[in-house]
Design a protein. Structure first.
Length: 219
């Protein structure tokens, strides 16, 4: 059965309208989202991904993912819905900042399995809110455990979703920026947006004109 058929069956199983943006996990496969993985190679974990895909069912999404037999690019507004039915999210990347697609997978509620490199160990506690290790064989064992135990996948994914809500939500983003801006403006006070009554461009032009006229009269 092809991937499209897998996905369509998942939609029929849920049965009502658009696909959910919340984790369902009924598709016993993992998913990886990396743009240009074939071209970017080892740095983005091409070898790790191919090794894992040889041993567990794993799909690839992203620009030019068709080069590796992947699904191709999914528009960002549709990505959460596309992720929701997968059992887990695999992050094979060695050297990069924390990927937005990984954050979105955690927000949806997918359990994350990934190399414990760069920023991933700062948010994933192995076996608690995801699985992180530097040994690819250990990661494959974790993937197999998630495929065999949907309840484990739901529990780990729910813990990861709590982490995402705490670390990546718009509320935290706004709160931290508000604190930073208030700290930066603390000595002078917050500035009212827009020109004040005495600082607008027309008032400034009038002051300049009066000074120029006074200079001409005194000359």
């Amino acid at each position: 059965m092809g991937l499209r058929a897998h996905t369509d069956d998942g939609r029929r199983a849920r049965g009502r309208g658009p696909r959910s943006r919340r984790y369902t996990g009924e598709l016993a496969r993992g998913i990886t989202v990396v743009n240009g993985l074939a071209q970017r190679g080892r740095r983005l974990g091409l070898d790790v991904f191919l090794r894992a895909r040889d041993r567990v069912p794993l799909d690839l999404v992203g620009t030019r993912s068709e080069d590796l037999g992947g699904r191709g690019e999914i528009p960002p507004p549709d990505l959460a819905c596309a992720l929701a039915p997968y059992r887990f999210y695999f992050h094979p990347v060695r050297y990069t900042s924390l990927g937005l697609s990984l954050c979105e997978a955690m927000t949806v509620g997918l359990p994350v399995v990934g190399l414990a490199t760069t920023e991933l160990p700062t948010i994933i506690e192995d076996g608690v809110n995801g699985f992180a290790a530097t040994d690819p064989d250990r990661l494959i064992e974790s993937m197999r455990a998630l495929l065999a135990d949907p309840a484990l996948a739901r529990r780990i994914g729910a813990a990861g979703r709590v982490t995402a809500a705490t670390r990546f939500s718009i509320h935290r983003f706004v709160r931290n920026w508000d604190r930073l801006l208030r700290d930066a403006c603390g000595r002078t006070g917050l500035v009212r947006p827009g020109p004040g009554p005495d600082t607008g461009p027309r008032r400034a032009t009038k002051r300049f004109s009066r000074r120029r006229d006074r200079g001409r009269r005194s000359a």
